[in-house]
Design a protein around this ligand. Structure first.
Ligand SMILES: NC(=O)C1=CN([C@@H]2O[C@H](COP(=O)(O)OP(=O)(O)OC[C@H]3O[C@@H](n4cnc5c(N)ncnc54)[C@H](O)[C@@H]3O)[C@@H](O)[C@H]2O)C=CC1
Ligand SMILES: O=C(O)C(=O)COP(=O)(O)O
Length: 317
């Protein structure tokens, strides 16, 4: 008997499909202490139940399918030590995130931000705002992380005539990037960037990456957008760069600590747009996650092998 813990919602049709295959689904809310030791698969992660299972000697957990692309919140070392496999939701958020990044870009460059400020003051600011606008063709966007999100951002950016430069760890060429650099060589192109996007996972290498040293190296007037993880950005340095005009504008979908507290100085920092971790939101996420899960299930049941959306826990994924 294979038991699946539904830490996230498993769609109704999927439940029927799984039951027909003889698998048992136990809902997070209903799981008993005794059943924890008999969970083979977690669909989604739960920060209370997950660690409880991992702490049970001889538990049966072998596979976690997350409903997120980022897996920085998992107890990675324990999972490595216990040989537990992880598959994630990468790819599922790429379209909405890339469209959100385009909206940040257009918001700042087409005078919308300035117009909204003027509208609040009931001022028809034709010339000053018009003169502050810019078009995108020929400008350069530098995208950190050339995975699913980075590549989709690059695709849309190219459609608007931007030059796309990607940053990854090995310099491997990726579709929709005219140029790829590595984190070792990125300084050579930093000043070319009109727009910088972070779409990297949070790892020890990317923690606090966008700090005061980084913002000091970009060209004055650059725009910075973070859709990766909040802890990759030093928020004090971001605010200082915005206040000094070193950054012309920024947008963050993620914060160092979420939810962002009501008295955070970020809320009132000029030229900063804050979206509450919604850039990747898709209403049918669980259906999509289940699709990946269902593709992996036959081999998992046959020999414990997983093929799709696998994550290397040891390589900074
Ligand atoms: N704001 C939101 O709602 C969401 C945020 N995310 C975040 O975005 C991250 C990326 O998501 P995907 O593109 O789907 O993942 P992905 O796994 O397809 O791509 C990640 C990319 O980052 C690169 N990378 C990793 N470490 C790096 C380093 N030290 N230097 C340079 N490049 C590095 C990888 O080589 C890969 O190209 C997630 O890990 C998550 O933290 C993901 C989904 C939604
Ligand atoms: O998939 C990810 O990594 C995400 O950040 C998605 O956001 P969420 O965790 O669903 O609020």
């Amino acid at each position: 008997m294979t038991n699946i813990l539904a830490a996230e919602n498993i769609p109704e049709t999927a439940r029927i499909e799984l039951a027909q295959q003889g698998l048992t689904i136990i809902n997070r809310a209903d799981v008993s202490q005794a059943q924890l030791a008999e969970i083979d698969i977690m669909f989604g992660w739960n920060k209370v139940i997950g660690p409880q299972i991992l702490a049970i000697p001889n538990h049966r957990l072998k596979w976690i399918q997350t409903a997120t692309s980022g897996i920085d919140y998992l107890p990675l070392q324990t999972l490595i030590d216990q040989n537990i496999l992880v598959t994630n939701a990468r790819g599922m958020h790429a379209v909405p995130i890339a469209q959100t990044v385009m909206s940040y870009l257009l918001y700042f460059t087409r005078g919308i931000y300035q117009s909204l400020n003027a509208q609040r003051q009931q001022v028809w600011d034709h010339h000053p705002i018009g003169q502050s606008t810019m078009t995108l063709e020929g400008r350069t966007i530098l995208i950190f992380g050339t995975g699913q999100i980075g590549e989709k951002v690059a695709q849309y950016a190219q459609m608007m005539g931007l030059k796309t430069i990607g940053v990854n760890r090995n310099g491997e060429p990726i579709n929709h990037f005219e140029q790829i650099v590595t984190t070792e060589t990125v300084d050579q192109v930093l000043e070319q960037a009109d727009f910088i996007v972070n779409g990297m996972p949070l790892t020890s290498e990317t923690t606090d990456y966008f700090n005061a040293d980084f913002f000091a190296k970009v060209a004055a007037g650059t725009y910075f957008f973070n859709v990766g993880r909040g802890k990759s950005v030093n928020e004090a340095a971001l605010m200082a760069a915005l206040n000094a005009g070193q950054l012309a504008g920024a947008a963050i979908d993620v914060a160092q600590n979420e939810p962002l507290v009501a008295d955070s100085p970020l809320w009132s920092t000029p030229n900063l747009v804050i979206t509450p971790h919604i850039s990747g939101y898709i209403p049918d996420l669980h259906e999509r996650v289940y699709t990946v899960f269902a593709r992996n299930l036959p081999t998992f049941l046959a020999d414990g092998h997983l093929t799709y959306n696998t994550v290397s826990l040891t390589e900074g994924y």
